[in-house]
Write a protein that binds this ligand. Sequence first.
Ligand code: CO
Length: 221
Amino acid sequence: MHLLSHLFTNNRKWAAEMTRCEPDFFARLSRQQAPQYLWIGCSDSRVPANQIVGLLPGEMFVHRNIANCVIHSDLNCLSVIQFAVEVLRVEHIIVCGHYGCGGVLSALRDEKLGLVDNWLRHVQDVRSKHHSQVVGLANEAQRHDLLCELNVLEQVVNVSQATVVREAWARGQVLAIHGWIYKLTDGLLRDLGMCVRAEAEIAGCYESALAQVATESGAAR
Ligand code: CO
């Protein structure tokens, strides 16, 4: 017997249900994917991209890694962005972090977990960049929330500065980069107020979103 037979059982039920709702669903999808969105999120099992925003297969292109990082030399993420922008021609790239992110907490605590520490070094760079603001908060829970938010804003900047994105804007392609955060405890998304639509907007969008995040982090959460 297959070791993971329950997953195959689930799969057959799911495929049958999808087909019952729309008999042509898989045949139609197999011919073409035309998603309007690229989602860059955390690998966390509690943050399933399509389910959170109620989208079906075929409706969103997805890249996930630990702590939703967009690194300038990460060919995996950059290739996803390039394909999404130049081939699929998505009009929206959503960087979605989440409160309670274990990767962000490890970076905040400077924990030693092994190889992944090298990846999380990028989140530690975010922490270092905003050191005074982060350490100024009263407790670790507040610092954790703030670092999750700051990490999203920094990754939106990184997406916006990617050559693929800047070239798309330069040739007049419509493309917006959004910064969102998801709350595990209530299942709700929050827009962090950063939406970049042109290269010239990067600095202004970043500064205003940063100011908003800073103001709210000082208030009671
Ligand atoms: Co996470």
